[in-house]
Design a protein around this ligand. Structure first.
Ligand code: ZN
Ligand code: ZN
Ligand code: ZN
Ligand code: ZN
Ligand code: ZN
Ligand code: ZN
Ligand code: ZN
Length: 1754
């Protein structure tokens, strides 16, 4: 299609290009009716530029629009060439001191926790870095797009409002200077004209609703029949639905459909078809028909192309206006004027109003364009921001109504701009006083929640889906209210008071609708049928929590307001519950001679609600009054006399009783909804304005009542009145009621009631209730949290209530109460409670959940035992109450309380006769303790003239009255002290008695009783003896427990892995403790050890016995016995790769014989080192496979391993494995002929081998010529002149047992299959190559790790690594015995030919392109296949040595050719040595052979240094290789860390210390070989600079460098846009830590097809960058992602920590994050060790949900 249209477009281009902007502008300047002139121009040209075909051509359109449409306007505006005009304007401008940068999606934003007025005040990165806040406590978040930088807004910051950059401009601003003074009259007039026309045009066309007709003044003369079928975005239909529908409706491919859907989602609309009306209409009807089944069909319009054209230009125009006003504040002001100027239709007719009011009708793209324009114009001009705010407030109700109807997210709604006005303090206050904003918001909110019950309360039950949806949207209004309230007034005007109180009235109306909502009735008999709806009410409560708190804060800041608010609140509460006694006959309660009237009401029988916001608000205000002076100075101002305490406490008490009954299990049949409500009632998110305030309300009420009356009412509400009012009721009760449940229920209720009394008296840490400040309160919270256990910062934050600024206030006090413990390599930093704070611990702290309470109790007792203290946990000393609450303490010494205490103690004394519980007793003891503490404090603080009225000690010494002659409380305590059944409480009782005596002593007025004294001391002494006995008993118990634990331990050891997981995850922790030292007994330590060659050190054969982990049988490893195998994991690897862009294109044709020195793709083998019989493993694997098949059929679940690909978990350690390696003896010993006399030197040997090769090649040729088949050997061999004693027809006997042979094939095939990613084929000639390659690659990777960590080559290695390398090397050396002899010989010949050229191999890589270590391993391991037919007496050892020397020399040449010595500018240190002259000589030779192409000769010293450095890795690898191959122990020198060990290595490897001697000794043959290497054309090209080559030593690959500060990563990612969908921001930017690529992950746009499946960008990237394995950082989430293959993945903790030693996965907390180098190293180490796949396996085994994730879509 595009190509057809091309010529047409071109033609138009030419006619358009003839337009001259200057001329048009000139015409406009002359025009009398400018509007008509401009509109005609637009009507003519816009449709010629935009919308010429099915797809937009944005670049072309932009170019033409600039030329034909915008250019003239710019000329007109400037009155000259805008290229000169605009810079002039810019220069004349005094730039704004506001930053105003509009945030992109994902861009980091910063808020200062010390200085920001509220958390919505943010800075862009640039401003932040230039501000004082970078050294403050700041929070970092990523923007969701929209919103702008508040730098320069003095109202947003308490301090430092300007960054360095914006500060510069502040010195010059005079307040409120009119920016227009910088513009000339002409420019002002012209700007005004053109802005007015263009802005109106844009608004008009964007809000145009007709589909095929244009506004009259834009209508064209001739109208073409070209239409668009326009698809609009909605939030109802999913991506998948849209894609599916489009494929059907417009017949496009899935790819195109995805493209359409993506654009619709991003821009809000997209044309999906272009053509005549009919054609488009047809598509529309298909789309509508296909989507009508959902709640509503997709929105589609068939629009005339010219309308779409004008709309597109309208958008362009708005952006243009936005950029033009950037030149000058004057232009900006003119635009603001134009926008806000009222139109001809009066009210609401300004352009800004019109746009706002059509917001919900506009598509997403249009909205975001005009929102941005508003942000850069109206919001940047302080004068007009105010006017705009007024417009916004006036339209508020309508805008919200539109928003409710609309289904787009709030972020794309104009209502989201509220944050810009409402959080600015002066604006907000202006809007409150002038526009009555508070009332408007609240009323609008109420308008949208119309569903009420009979009492006028909100009702969420039976909400329809639509109502629920609205309810979700309406919550944003609460957010607006929060914004308005967020900055408290510093000064109150009368108007503000009036309007605030008006708003407060509205708010009370709202709360009134919540008071008593969702009432519940206890369900008896049957379980409820349907869980009632409860979440909506709680959502509302939760959202309002901060608003309620802020309302109180506002009230607190002005006494007049506070008193008024208090009165209003009380009045509303009376309205709600005034008639609470209605229709009820009062009943009379009496105990101990006190009596009180109350109503008959049972929580367990009647309706009760957990929602009491009005009561709670009143409680809050009461506390504030208590804090202020009014309450004491002018009590007459308060309506205190109107208060009816019983009315105040009634509803909160019911609510608390409800909780108690739920705990007692009485409401079980009411289902989970109730359990959830109770949970949230106490939860940290709600409790501040729920549970806490109920306690305060009770305290308030009780402080105004006779405590005896209160206690009786409470007993009655708890339905416990009878038990305590009737003597002996308890006894009868327990004997008569046999129903255990009921007894248990009552016990719990009594416990809960006592707990409540403890709270009422003990909770004095809210300022206003007790004489404390906010710091004391938070300290106490923290102390109690840390009493449970040490906690991380984030855990603590979660347990504390946050204020509206998301602050807990914790940081200011934490140091005072806790020590910080830094984190290690894993885990988090922890806070531990300071020991001296333990005395403030209150076991009955009211915010403990039950579980927390028992944990804290246990922890605190344990601590005390550790400190060898008694284990009593007495109540802490409390701060005094504020005067309004002071009378609360009298509860403790009231008669009814003493009666309750006495009764319970009595039960405990006669413990068999009653139903009672230890917790009950424990609470009573705690209450007694509190009373004693209280009395003690009273006595301590008493002044002369006062009498202490708190006389608890006296009261408990007196015998009781009610049951005749019952003993005193004190006497009962003394009895209980010796009760054997109260072991646990003994320490507490003893503490009480001791305190009692101390208090008694203090009370001088009362005479001390000597009897009691002595009793006391005797008690103490006897108790000391008892103590000893007790300790002994406890020690015995402890011993028994230890034994039991030991028994359990040994049981557990069978589940080996779980216990040792840590051990297995640490692959390479090279400390001696976890590893075995290699060859602990060197044969002869004084002898020089040699690993190879004729002088190889002979090691006596050691017999090796191993045990199979599956059958536990022991067996010796022998050539002919059954095979033993190690579990192993083979994987492809690019860890060592020096060229990540290279990967195997066609694995079927790929020839792996020569490894390129870039090591771009290797095969790595690892093993956990666990040994099994081959047949035991076979059986195990078969069973795993069978099990897996069954499981998959049943559950369709994935496992962490892929059975079909041969994967399994090691049966012992659950390490991921995919094959097994056979265990072998050193294979060379089997074949080696130990005849070392008369061996050939290198030159002779090469000649011999060359002859043998020639012979073989000749024979091979004969074989492959079919007609000679019959007569092959006999004649031709004669012809060839076979080398002496070479018998190519000889076939050696395979020494291995069948079972070992089978395993050799198994592992070989696995290596081949995985390494090349091909189907297994054991006959493939490449199998042996892959085996050798894997051996070489694995050794190289281990050598790298050791070098990188500065570990000695033969230092202690972990067993599993040692076993793996040994088995792998021996296996690779034995593999030729199961391969075809001629194949292996063929490989040898080819490898050999790469160094010693012969005629039949021409296309071999040059020596620059061969990895010499791979070559060495290949040659050495293939050599036996040739040598076995050689009967001339040349030993294998000789061959090994010569091969090694030859390859070493080739490597030296390789190094010399690629060395670039001029780079290291180091100066020579030592005088010339022998090596230097030798290397110089060699270099000269090279220079000569390369035809002087080699660079001029550098110094010998430099050359020698670079050779030595370059060859070290090779020597080290070779040492490892020959060590494992031949089993010669390593020299002790190389086992310790230290310098390079160059000499030791040379000795061990049979090399001369001066490596160049090799060349000198063998100069005869070497000269010709070197010459042949140098003559290779590739070498020439390299030397002439036409190609590159790898240099030596190769540097180790590292993960990319990460910045220290995480925000720079976020910034980097926010600048990253999806590479496929033109400049779109990527939603999940993900960084490859291996190569540094940024990817657009987890998104349709960047999915690609890989092996026939759609995969996400990350998975696709792993295939090219990490051959299937990837390590990524998800930047938005701050999370490391490990991927392996398509199905495996896991998240790993990121290397970024905050100051508290914690990671922030998901970036939820926003604390500044810094790179933790150690943790990053750990990730790098996992990569280097090839343990990523294993790590994923372990993670998936530990967390099954990881298995279900579609990793391939990331
Ligand atoms: Zn900024
Ligand atoms: Zn700034
Ligand atoms: Zn600050
Ligand atoms: Zn076995
Ligand atoms: Zn294992
Ligand atoms: Zn993308
Ligand atoms: Zn990468």
């Amino acid at each position: 299609m595009a190509s057809e249209l091309e010529p047409e477009v071109q033609a138009i281009d030419r006619s358009l290009l003839e337009c001259s902007a200057e001329e048009i502008a000139g015409k406009w300047l002359q025009a009398t009716d400018l509007t008509r002139e401009v509109y005609q121009h637009l009507a003519h040209y816009v449709p010629k530029i935009y919308c010429r075909g099915p797809n937009p051509f944005p670049q072309k359109e932009d170019m033409l629009a600039q030329h034909v449409l915008l250019g003239p306007m710019e000329w007109y505006l400037c009155g000259e060439d805008p290229a000169f005009g605009f810079p002039k304007l810019e220069q004349a401008n005094k730039p704004s001191h506001l930053c105003g940068r509009v945030f992109k999606v994902g861009e980091p934003t910063y808020s200062c926790r010390d200085c920001a007025v509220d958390p919505t005040c943010v800075l862009c990165m640039e401003c932040f870095l230039g501000s004082i806040h970078r050294d403050h406590r700041y929070r970092m978040t990523t923007s969701g797009g929209g919103g702008f930088c508040d730098c320069g807004d003095t109202e947003a910051w308490k301090e430092g409002p300007y960054c360095q950059k914006h500060e510069l401009n502040t010195s010059e601003i005079e307040e409120e200077e009119d920016p227009l003074v910088h513009l000339s009259e002409d420019v002002i007039a012209r700007t005004y004209n053109i802005f007015a026309i263009m802005f109106r045009y844009a608004v008009e066309i964007l809000t145009w609703e007709k589909e095929s007709e244009l506004p009259a003044d834009l209508e064209m003369v001739e109208k073409s029949d070209t239409y668009y079928c326009m698809l609009f975005n909605d939030e109802v239909h999913t991506y998948e639905q849209v894609i599916y529908t489009l494929q059907k409706a417009v017949n496009c491919t899935q790819k195109e459909a995805i493209g359409f859907a993506t654009t619709v989602d991003r821009d809000g609309r997209r044309s999906v078809r272009y053509g005549d009306f009919q054609y488009c209409e047809q598509a529309k009807s298909v789309i509508v028909r296909n989507t009508i089944r959902q709640t509503k069909p997709l929105k589609v319009q068939v629009m005339h192309s010219s309308i779409v054209a004008h709309q597109n230009f309208g958008l362009k125009l708005l952006s243009w206006l936005g950029s033009i006003i950037g030149y000058s504040d004057g232009l900006r002001r003119i635009l603001c004027q134009v926008g806000l100027q009222e139109g001809p239709d009066g009210e609401n007719s300004s352009l800004v109003d019109r746009l706002m009011l059509s917001d919900s009708k506009l598509w997403k793209g249009a909205r975001s364009v005009y929102h941005q324009l508003f942000m850069s114009s109206l919001l940047m001009d302080l004068k007009y921001k105010k006017l705009f705010a007024v417009r916004f407030a006036k339209n508020y109700q309508q805008l919200q109504r539109d928003f409710m109807e609309d289904d787009h997210e709030r972020a794309v709604s104009v209502t989201a701009l509220s944050v810009q006005f409402f959080t600015a303090p002066t604006l907000a206050r202006m809007l409150i006083t002038e526009e009555n904003l508070m009332s408007i918001i609240i009323k609008t909110f109420m308008d949208h929640l119309r569903h009420r019950d009979a009492q006028g309360r909100f009702q969420f039950e039976r909400y329809t889906a639509l109502q629920a949806f609205k309810f979700r949207r309406v919550q944003s209004l609460i957010l607006d209210l929060k914004y308005v309230l967020i900055s408290k007034p510093t000064e109150w005007s009368d108007e503000l008071r009036q309007k605030f109180l008006e708003g407060f009235d509205a708010f009370l109306e709202l709360l009134k609708c919540m008071q008593g909502m969702d009432p519940i009735t206890r369900q008896v008999g049957q379980h409820i049928e349907m869980e009632p709806e409860w979440e909506a009410a709680f959502t509302l409560q939760m959202k309002l929590t901060h608003v309620i708190s802020m309302m109180q804060d506002w009230c607190a800041s002005d006494e007049k307001v506070l008193i008024e608010a208090y009165k209003k609140c009380l009045a509303v509460l009376m309205q709600c519950h005034g008639g609470y006694t209605d229709g009820e006959q009062p009943i009379t309660l009496s105990i101990c001679g006190h009596s009180v009237e109350t109503i008959r009401y049972c929580v367990s029988q009647e309706k009760v609600s957990i929602h009491l916001p009005v009561s709670r608000l009143l409680a809050g205000l009461h506390v504030l009054l208590s804090k202020s002076e009014v309450a004491y100075k002018f009590p007459e101002l308060l309506p205190l006399s109107e208060l009816s305490p019983p009315m105040l406490i009634e509803h909160p008490l019911r609510c608390l009783v409800l909780c108690a009954q739920v705990h007692a299990g009485m409401w079980r049949r009411n289902g989970f909804s109730l359990v959830n409500q109770i949970y949230y009632y106490h939860n940290v998110k709600c409790r501040r304005e729920m549970f806490d305030k109920d306690v305060v309300m009770l305290q308030t009420g009780v402080s105004m009542m006779d405590p005896n009356h209160f206690l009786m009412i409470m007993l009655s509400r708890f339905e416990l009145y009878q038990i305590f009012s009737t003597p002996d009721y308890g006894k009868r009760f327990s004997s008569e009621i046999t129903h255990k449940d009921v007894v248990q229920q009552n016990n719990t209720l009594i416990e809960e009631m006592l707990y409540l009394i403890i709270m009422l008296v003990g909770e004095r840490f809210s300022p206003g209730v007790g004489q404390v400040n906010a710091t004391d309160e938070i300290k106490r919270e923290i102390i109690h949290q840390l009493s449970i256990k040490p906690m991380a910062h984030s855990e603590l934050v979660k347990s504390l209530p946050e204020d509206e600024n998301k602050e807990t206030g914790m940081e200011s006090v934490i140091e005072a109460v806790a020590h910080f413990k830094k984190p290690g390599l894993t885990g988090r930093g922890m806070y531990e409670l300071k020991p001296e704070c333990a005395k403030e611990f209150n076991l009955y702290f009211y915010h403990f959940s039950r579980a927390e309470q028992s944990k804290a109790e246990e922890a605190q007792r344990k601590l005390k035992r550790q400190n060898r203290e008694d284990t009593a946990l007495p109540p802490p000393v409390l701060p005094p109450f504020c005067p309004l609450f002071a009378s609360l303490v009298n509860i403790l010494q009231s008669d009814v309380m003493l009666c309750i205490m006495g009764t319970i103690l009595q039960w405990a004394v006669e413990h068999n006769g009653y139903a009672w519980s230890e917790s009950m007793l424990q609470r009573v003891l705690h209450l007694i303790g509190m009373a004693l503490q209280e009395e003690k404090q009273h006595l301590e603080n008493v002044t002369e003239e006062h009498v202490v009225t708190f006389t608890f000690t006296q009261k408990i010494s007196k015998p009781g009255e009610a049951p005749k002659n019952s003993p005193s409380i004190l006497a009962m305590l003394e009895t209980l002290q010796n009760a054997p059944y109260l072991e646990v409480h003994k320490d507490m009782i003893r503490w009480i008695l001791k305190t009692f005596n101390a208090v008694k002593k203090m009370r001088e007025s009362s005479p001390t009783s000597p009897v009691a004294e002595t009793e006391g001391t005797i008690m103490e002494e006897s108790s000391r003896d008892k103590d000893k006995a007790e300790r002994k008993r406890k020690a015995e118990i402890a011993r028994l427990r230890r034994e039991k634990i030991m028994a359990q331990m040994s049981e557990m050891q069978r589940h080996f892995i779980d216990e040792n997981k840590e051990l297995f995850q640490q692959t390479l922790e090279l400390d001696a403790s976890t590893s075995a030292v290699l060859d602990n007994s060197p044969v002869a330590s004084d002898m020089t050890l040699t690993a190879l060659g004729p002088t190889q050190t002979q090691v006596p054969e050691q017999r090796q016995f191993v045990t199979c982990i599956l059958c536990q049988e022991e067996q010796e490893v022998k050539v002919e016995s059954r095979a033993m195998v190690l579990a192993a994991f083979v994987q492809r690897s690019t860890v060592l790769s020096k060229n990540r862009s290279k990967f195997i294109q066609d694995p079927e044709k790929y020839d792996p014989l020569f490894m390129h020195p870039d090591l771009s793709c290797g095969t790595h083998t690892s093993s956990c080192g666990h040994i099994m019989h081959a047949h035991c493993w076979q059986r195990y694997f078969d069973s795993v496979q069978a099990k897996e098949q069954r499981r998959q059929q049943r559950l369709r679940l994935h496992t962490s391993y892929d059975v079909e690909n041969g994967e399994f978990l090691c049966p012992l350690c659950e390490c991921l494995s995919n094959t097994v390696i056979p265990l072998l003896l050193p294979p060379r010993n089997i074949f080696n002929k130990l005849n070392f006399s008369d061996q050939p030197n290198l030159t002779q040997w090469i000649r011999t081998i060359s002859q043998q090769i020639k012979a073989l090649q000749f024979l091979r040729k004969e074989e492959s010529t079919p007609n000679n088949a019959s007569t092959k050997n006999s004649e031709n061999v004669d012809e060839l002149q076979l080398p002496e004693r070479f018998r190519p027809d000889f076939r050696p006997k395979n020494p291995y047992s069948e079972s070992i042979k089978e395993m050799l094939t198994t592992f070989g095939t696995a290596t081949y299959k995985v390494g090349l990613k091909v189907h297994p084929n054991e006959e493939d000639p490449r199998v042996p190559i892959m085996c050798w390659g894997s051996c070489a690659y694995t050794i190289q990777s281990i050598e790298r790790i050791l070098s990188d960590e500065d570990k000695p080559l033969f230092g202690p290695l972990p067993c599993r690594l040692d076993d793996c390398l040994r088995s792998l090397t021996r296996f690779a050396a034995a593999h030729w015995t199961v391969a075809s002899l001629s194949v292996v010989q063929g490989h040898f010949c080819k490898l050999f030919a790469s160094l010693v050229p012969n005629d039949s191999h021409e296309e071999l890589p040059c020596i620059l392109d061969i990895d010499m270590f791979h070559l060495l391993v290949g040659l050495v391991l293939a050599f036996p296949a040739l040598q076995c037919q050689d009967f001339s007496g040349i030993s294998l050892g000789t061959g090994d040595l010569h091969i090694f020397h030859l390859v070493t020399m080739a490597h030296i040449i390789q190094i010399l050719l690629t060395s670039c010595t001029e780079e290291n500018g180091m100066d020579q240190e030592n005088p010339t040595c022998e090596e230097e002259s030798a290397v110089l000589a060699l270099y000269k030779t090279l220079h000569q052979y390369t035809g002087s192409a080699l660079k001029e000769i550098p110094s010998g010293w430099h050359l020698w240094r670079s050779v030595r450095a370059g060859i070290m890795p090779f020597l080290k690898c070779s040492a490892l290789f020959f060590h494992y191959l031949n089993g010669v122990p390593s020299p002790p020198d190389i086992q310790v860390p230290g310098t390079s060990h160059f000499e030791h290595l040379c000795n061990y490897l049979s090399l001369p210390n001066n490596l160049f001697c090799l060349f000198q000794e063998n100069s005869e043959i070497m000269n010709s070989l070197i010459e042949s290497w140098c003559h290779n054309s590739e070498v020439k090209r390299y030397l002439e600079g036409e190609r590159d080559a790898i240099r030596y030593p190769r540097e180790s690959n590292k993960l990319i460098n990460l910045p220290e500060d995480y925000s720079s990563l976020i910034n980097q990612a926010s600048n990253f846009s999806c590479p496929k969908s033109g400049g779109d921001k990527s939603r999940a930017p993900t960084l490859c830590l291996v190569c540094g690529s940024l990817l657009c992950s987890q998104s349709y746009c960047c999915q690609t097809e890989l092996e026939g499946e759609d995969v996400g960008a990350c998975t696709a990237h792993t295939y090219s960058c990490g051959s299937g394995v990837g390590i990524f950082l998800r930047v938005r989430e701050c999370q490391v992602l490990f991927l392996a293959g398509k199905t495996k993945g896991c998240f790993y903790s990121p290397p970024y920590l905050d100051d508290y030693g914690e990671t922030d996965q998901g970036l939820r907390r926003g604390n500044p994050l810094h790179l933790c180098k150690e943790r990053f190293k750990k990730i790098q180490k996992l990569w280097h060790q090839h343990s990523v796949t294993e790590e994923i396996g372990h993670a998936q085994e530990a967390n099954q949900t990881l298995v279900g994730i579609d990793w391939q879509h990331l």
